[in-house]
Design a protein around this ligand. Sequence first.
Ligand code: ATP
Length: 244
Amino acid sequence: MEYAVIVENLRKTFGKVVAVDDLSFYVKPGEIFGLIGPNGAGKTTTLRILSTLLLPTSGKVEIYGHNVVEEPETIRRIISYLPEEGGAYEQLTGREYLEFMANFIEDDKEKIKEMVNEAAEISGLGSRLADKIKTYSKGMKRRLLVARSLMIKPKLAILDEPTSGLDVIHAVHVRNVIKKYAKEHEVTIILSSHNMLEIEHICDRVVIMNLGRKVIEGNPQELKEKFAAENLEELFVMAVKKHA
Ligand code: ATP
């Protein structure tokens, strides 16, 4: 089987700081895969390498058979990346922003319209899409960016803390959208999160990282049973303390 993502012995250093250390994992097509870990564990660094925004120091990373170092252009055409903190074009309205982004990847006017309508639904912003982005709250901007990441139906969506800053209602909405998208459109998703409930709800598999290294990998339910943990939060604290 062709893996959607192969990460083998990945290492990334920034001077003396080892951000990612001998990290390996494999993601199957259509899977929702979670990266979790405390602050500074190396999640964003890993996601930025997968997105071709950072070069690995060593190790192998392939997205749908394409190597991140040798074929970044090919990879950029099949992925979307939601950064941890993404700015949007403040002077545009939400709808103009979505149209602008859709125009980058599609020429057909009807398809652009379809994409934007879909993104409008994902964002749940309703009539506020007619307002300038500079008037949006943090959570509204986040929803717009999540919608932009999914509307293009990438083969792989890389989402760095997709629900950060969202209230409970909208976080639930975005989680459901992510799950629905992965299943209906066979979009593979890799996401990072600090919300264990979110991870339990939507991820088929997770990797818990600490200090750049993988400490545990598996299906959230199976991991809970295996380690007799009541919830993922408990397991997370146990795993991180043990490997600190
Ligand atoms: P958080 O949950 O706080 O977002 P994270 O798991 O995403 O953390 P990273 O941002 O990947 O962690 O950082 C991993 C380590 O690499 C940290 O020690 C961080 O200080 C370091 N690091 C990340 N980017 C750089 C950089 N550009 N220059 C120097 N060090 C960096």
